[in-house]
Ligand binder design. Structure first.
Ligand SMILES: Nc1ncnc2c1ncn2[C@@H]1O[C@H](COP(=O)(O)OP(=O)(O)OP(=O)(O)O)[C@@H](O)[C@H]1O
Ligand SMILES: O=c1[nH]c(=O)c2[nH+]cn([C@@H]3O[C@H](COP(=O)(O)O)[C@@H](O)[C@H]3O)c2[nH]1
Ligand SMILES: NC(=O)CC[C@H](N)C(=O)O
Ligand SMILES: [Mg+2]
Length: 510
């Protein structure tokens, strides 16, 4: 396995992905990971990620410099390389020669990271203000750009490599080869990590973690929690009880349909709990998005704890949390990445919890979970279900959430989904849904003045929800959706289309 030490780069999840694309398992840890922990993990190689800080600043994140004595190959990327240089006695400084975006990389020798890259120059993608000025002993420059003499460095005797640019982004076209060289030629990894081996590993880990205890799992009918349920069921069988919570924030007929479907496809203990009243009561008059999310996280937990009490020996709560849920929710390792929004299952959880978490998917991305689902034999329909957030319609009703507004949004959303499905767009889109705005506008219907609600259509394409683009839906389809919503949903007289990407917007509106 490869250990990635995260200094707060926006791209660290991408590094992980790239490593796994080469069928090598990896884990990401904060710079505060101890030497003992690293030894226990016994990685074949360590990748030090980039980060927003400058190494010569007093409080910049630093890993234990003893990792440089472990005789494990190291690849430092950007800040990661600067950390390594600084720790080994070289010099890093803000030279004023900043580089953002494309740069032409002149490779000195097709060896080490650059093995197989025959061409003398290739493109790379840069994002830095600091540069290496003096190399530590034993290092040489292996590539440079116009502004950066030490764009890539190596100490082959020790298997230490550093790059100032980012090999993990798509804009470095040969980045894949460089990472491959690091993994297979330098670290001598074997490409043996597959979804199958991941599943086996995950099952073993679950067994270890929970022992003879009972586990409850929040089952939403989405792909993540369904896959988590299958893994845990494999590990502990009937000691798993799934709990499906109707929080009153689900889409039209969803609770009913899910009940039927879940029973059909997953032969597992499932309890259905209707807690709509608790959720709606707690959300009464609340308009702030983060408050809504925290309230929902808390009520979910109240329900889970109450259910746990009804079963003997429950100490664990399992969830289908994925890596992007965590990235956006927490300021990673107390450090540099910012909180974007509190996903109900991560940042929305209460600080003190009686139940311990089991989250077998927390290092995976959605497309990986879908592959895993397929591998485990999960029903096609479930594998390809569009994601639906736990806080449900509450974060798609801007402003107050009440039963009247829920009714409007449910109807509009049902029309939208029906049209999207009929037009053959459901699977092509990451998500497609309706949002109810906290505004009214004037219209004229049957010669009468109306003053009614506005629905926004949101449809996006994405690979992993970290970034997303608004979908270029055909005008005819948009027209049909708009017509039908205005005609069929009482209380709506205007429909708009959201044409913002993520970033700078997010997929959900709250
Ligand atoms: N209605 C619900 N009842 C029980 N647990 C839920 C419910 N909604 C969400 N959860 C829990 O919160 C986790 C995160 O929700 P999320 O929507 O991200 O995942 P999912 O529903 O499993 O999959 P998808 O992203 O495809 O909807 C779920 O995996 C599940 O454990
Ligand atoms: O289970 C969830 N609990 C949450 O609190 C939550 N918030 C956002 N999402 C889903 O995450 C993806 C990214 O959403 P954003 O671009 O809005 O951050 C999108 O797919 C969102 O639907 C959530 N899922
Ligand atoms: N992307 C990075 O890792 C940047 C490193 C450092 N902050 C610099 O500006 O050089
Ligand atoms: Mg969901």
């Amino acid at each position: 396995m490869i250990l990635i030490i995260d200094f707060g780069s926006q791209f660290n999840q991408l590094i992980g992905r790239r490593v796994r694309e080469h069928k090598v398992y990896c884990q990401i840890a904060g710079p505060d990971i101890s030497l003992e922990q690293i030894k226990e993990m016994n990685p074949e190689g360590i990748i030090l990620s980039g980060g927003p800080s400058s190494i010569y600043e007093k409080n910049s994140p630093k890993a234990d410099i003893k990792i440089l004595k472990l005789k494990i190959p190291i690849l430092g990327i950007c800040y990661g390389m600067q950390f390594m240089v600084h720790a080994l006695g070289g010099r890093v400084a803000g030279t004023g020669r900043r580089e953002y975006g494309f740069a032409e990389l002149a490779v000195k020798e097709p060896d080490g990271l650059f093995k197989g890259i025959e061409k003398q120059t290739t493109q790379c993608w840069m994002s830095h203000g600091d540069s290496v000025e003096v190399l530590p002993k034993g290092f040489k420059a292996t590539a440079s750009t116009e502004n950066t003499e030490f764009a890539a460095i190596a100490n082959p005797a020790k298997n230490y490599y550093g790059v100032q640019f980012h090999p993990e982004v798509e804009h470095t076209p040969k980045g894949k080869i460089m990472l491959k060289n690091f993994l297979f030629n330098i670290c001598k990894c074997k490409p043996s990590w597959t979804m199958q081996s991941f599943a086996q590993d995950a099952v073993d880990k679950i067994k270890n973690q929970v022992g003879d205890n009972q586990v409850i799992l929040g089952l939403s009918g989405g792909v993540d929690s369904s896959v988590a349920a299958m893994l845990i069921y494999k590990a502990i069988g009937r000691k798993l009880t799934c709990i499906f919570v109707d929080n009153g924030l689900l889409r039209q007929d969803e609770a009913k349909q899910l009940k039927i479907r879940l029973k059909q496809h997953l032969d597992i203990n499932i309890r259905f709990v209707n807690a709509s009243r608790d959720f709606l009561k707690a959300l009464d008059k609340v308009t702030d998005p983060e408050k809504k999310r925290k309230i929902i996280g808390r009520v979910f937990m109240d329900v889970f704890e109450a259910e746990a009490k009804k079963i003997k020996d429950v100490q664990f709560l399992a969830q289908g949390t994925l890596y992007p849920d965590i990235i956006e929710s927490v300021s990673a390792f107390g450090g540099p990445t910012a909180v974007i929004k509190s996903h109900h299952n991560v940042g929305g959880l209460p600080k003190k919890m009686k139940l311990k978490l089991v989250e077998p998917l927390k290092y995976l991305f959605k497309d990986e979970v879908r592959l895993l689902g397929k591998e485990l034999g999960l029903d096609e329909d479930l594998v390809w279900r569009q994601p639906f957030p736990g806080p449900g319609l509450a974060i798609r009703i801007l402003g107050e959430v009440n039963s009247q507004r829920l009714k409007i949004l449910r109807q509009a959303d049902a029309v939208l989904l029906e049209e999207i499905r009929e037009a053959g767009y459901y699977r092509k889109l990451w998500q497609s849904f309706a949002v109810l705005l906290p505004l009214k506008s004037v219209g004229v219907m049957g010669d009468q003045r109306t003053y009614e609600n506005i629905i926004s259509i949101r449809a996006v394409t994405s690979k992993d929800a970290m970034t997303a683009d608004w979908a270029k839906l055909p005008h005819k389809l948009l027209g049909n959706i708009s017509n039908r919503i205005i005609n069929e949903v009482k209380g709506v007289n205007r429909v708009v289309y959201d044409i913002s990407s993520k970033p700078p917007a997010t997929i959900e509106w709250e």
